[in-house]
Design a protein around this ligand. Sequence first.
Ligand SMILES: Nc1ncnc2c1ncn2[C@@H]1O[C@H](COP(=O)(O)OP(=O)(O)O)[C@@H](O)[C@H]1O
Ligand SMILES: [Mg+2]
Length: 260
Amino acid sequence: MATLEIKDLHVEIDGKEILKGVNLTINTNEIHAIMGPNGTGKSTLASAIMGHPKYEVTSGEIILDGENVLEMEVDERAQAGLFLAMQYPSEIPGVTNADFLRSAINARREEGQEISLMKFIRELDKTMEFLEMPEEMSQRYLNEGFSGGEKKRNEILQMMMIKPTFGILDEIDSGLDIDALKVVSKGINEMRGEGFGCLMITHYQRLLNYITPDHVHVMMQGKVVKSGGAELAQRLEAEGYEWIKAELGIQDTEAVTEEA
Ligand SMILES: Nc1ncnc2c1ncn2[C@@H]1O[C@H](COP(=O)(O)OP(=O)(O)O)[C@@H](O)[C@H]1O
Ligand SMILES: [Mg+2]
């Protein structure tokens, strides 16, 4: 079993504090969902875990199996088994999807242990078929001209091929029609198991109709303010966030308020 621990994490962007003490522990074989209104710091948490340079960790810890993630460069974090599917994936013209994937897989392997081209192609074909992606997508430049749905499907393809220990999925469900949502969910469910833990960030409960999370957390004002099981997401679907705000005496849910 592997564990990703986030302890009292404080993060600033341009001198503004966005995360104000996030605590979260994720084990492999668990799926966690983080929900919350817009602007509460969900994407900031994802970026801070992966080491985006704009996000400055001012205090707190991120520990992956006893190792200090905050001391690692972005590529070292990926090598250590972390994977982020971004809310807005970048386009990389000139690099094909297949080349990108093969490099990403090999980056996690020792020199001399690279995946063979045959094995890579076999696995790529199989996974693309599973995700109902047309074969030609492997030869297109990464995310260039991909529709919103294609980008999200492609993020899941990457995750299934790279096989990270922890996958962080930021709004993987946004902009998806119901068929694409089902395919994306199928991919995440396929990864579920002993060697994989997942943090799904989502604004809507809809995704959770297809993937039953083990734990659900609500983020407001740059903190996790409430945690529970799958039933918490159902209550949010039925009642929205108002009851949590009332319960905790929160007026404004955003991480950064106007006057701050
Ligand atoms: N790169 C950035 N530069 C400046 N402000 C940012 C940046 N990223 C996020 N913020 C601010 O941080 C707050 C939280 O944003 P974000 O983490 O994207 O929230 P969420 O994903 O929950 O909608 C917002 O007020 C947002 O404007
Ligand atoms: Mg976001």
